[in-house]
Design a protein around this ligand. Structure first.
Ligand code: ATP
Ligand code: MG
Length: 257
């Protein structure tokens, strides 16, 4: 029996799509069957992040009753199945968000992991995704505005009976004003299950429409996301050994290690 995880946040732009796409791929790299569904009906961008835009049938067609969910599922990176939401305005207008619940329920159990990239806020699509999923990961930034919105989202999840796995603290840097992991855990009353650093490679990967964990598997954000995938599976994560700079120079000079 597979499990479903909605990636939610409350506040927009905290990194849901980034975490959802790369976590899904990292789970697939560990041999799991993964489907990722973009449930951000109005402001979809999973397909852009993965360079998979322009698919003929998307969630919009499914939610307008023109297509079945299976017709909107495509092969993505590393064997991950992707159900894109669609980018067009006309698609947004015809999609009926009330149908989302049945689509999600039909997909749960068709893979080891169904990851749902949630919409920000607490509108009908965001809440429907939270209600339909068995589990939730909250993606938050180390700032107070992110906390209040995440807390509301967590309370909604608990009321709906969705298990909160924990929070992913994303875009962590060295700013003095940032909340610490411990402060976030105290405010949200949930465990921070991953700390993902601010990493310029995230934006670069998105600009090229390539998943970060494939393009830059050893970047700091990649390492944190791949560790989260291992932790979710109860497996051991072995970080890459730091490159010896002398080895690089030797290789450049003599063409061998
Ligand atoms: N760890 C990180 N380091 C640097 N930039 C990041 C990181 N995580 C996300 N970003 C950047 O933050 C922006 C928002 O990320 P993303 O689209 O994943 O957020 P989101 O929560 O899905 O947004 P929305 O609420 O609009 O759906 C993007 O420009 C992304 O490249
Ligand atoms: Mg998003």
């Amino acid at each position: 029996m597979g499990q479903s995880i909605v990636i939610a946040s409350g506040k927009g732009g905290t990194g849901k799509t980034t975490i959802c796409a790369n976590l899904g791929i990292a789970l697939a790299q560990r041999g799991k069957k993964v489907t990722i569904l973009d449930a951000d009906i109005d402001m979809a961008n999973l397909e852009l992040m993965l360079g998979m835009e322009g698919m003929p049938v998307t969630l919009h067609e499914v939610l307008s009753g023109e297509a079945d969910p299976e017709e909107a599922i495509y092969d993505g990176p590393e064997g991950v199945k992707i159900l894109p939401a669609g980018l067009s305005l006309s698609g947004v207008q015809k999609a009926d968000p009330r149908k989302l619940e049945n689509v999600l329920k039909a997909l749960i159990g068709t893979a080891d992991f169904l990851l749902i990239d949630g919409a920000p806020g607490l509108e009908v699509d965001a809440v429907t995704a939270i209600a339909a999923a068995q589990n939730m990961l909250l993606v938050v930034n180390p700032e107070i505005t992110s906390m209040s919105d995440a807390l509301k989202t967590k309370i909604v999840a608990e009321k709906l009976g969705t298990h909160v796995i924990g929070a992913v603290l994303n875009r962590v840097g060295f700013d003095m004003t940032e909340l610490s992991k411990e402060e976030v855990e105290t405010i949200l009353e949930t465990e921070v299950v991953a700390v993902v650093p601010e990493d310029p490679e995230v934006r670069r990967a998105a600009a090229f429409g390539e998943p970060l964990v494939v393009r830059n598997p050893n970047s700091s954000a990649s390492i944190a996301i791949k560790k989260l995938a291992a932790d979710l599976l109860g497996e051991k994560y072995i970080p890459p050994s730091p490159e010896n700079p002398l080895k690089r120079i030797f290789k450049a000079l003599f063409g061998r290690d």
